[in-house]
Design a protein around this ligand. Sequence first.
Ligand SMILES: [Zn+2]
Length: 233
Amino acid sequence: MTVVQQLYDLLAVDVEIDKHKQSIASIDETLADNRLLLGTQRAVEETQATLREQETVRKDLELIVESYQDKGKQLETKLYGGTVRNPRELRDMQVELNLLQEHQKQQEESLLLSLEGVEDTERRLGNLQSALEEIQTARQKQQEQLLGEKTNLEKDSGVLNEKRQGLSSLVSPEHLRLYDSLRSIRQGQAVAKVDRGMCQGCRISLPTKIVQSARTSEKPVQCPSCSRILYAG
Ligand SMILES: [Zn+2]
């Protein structure tokens, strides 16, 4: 087996190793991304806080309405009870009762609006809570699936790394250095196939002399244009 063929095989393994690394990195990224979950949790908490405030206002209004009702009843008892007979006093009491009922009506309207607000918020909170549950369930499922995939990828990576070690041990340090430096400047593609006289790395037509020597030379022959090691096998 020529050194170029060995490097070509090594490249195939390295490309696989890179793909595995990328897949693992993308899984890690997805696993770490809990923005949707946190955002929904925050929305639930904010809505709960709003609901608590609205409940306080509602209770206050209920107490106010109740106290108006009590006062109104007391006044009515006095007014129609027959114990007060003075016409002026009775007239004053009637005015007071009318005023009181007017205030009570206003507070009852506020209470009604407040109840509607509470119902709205309760509905919104319910929707948010079921959305949160769905997100949690989906995330749990996704996590299990991704962790399974990751385990498999790591297992395969281990096998690939062993294979790489075996292959690279066959190549001289000098050629490995050339290969590594080409990998870093040519987006990992250190070796290019020659097809119909063309370098498949940069697509230029190679001089016949170069194609010939790529076929026969013991040493790696590089493309004059992109510097990749030419594999004419
Ligand atoms: Zn080239």
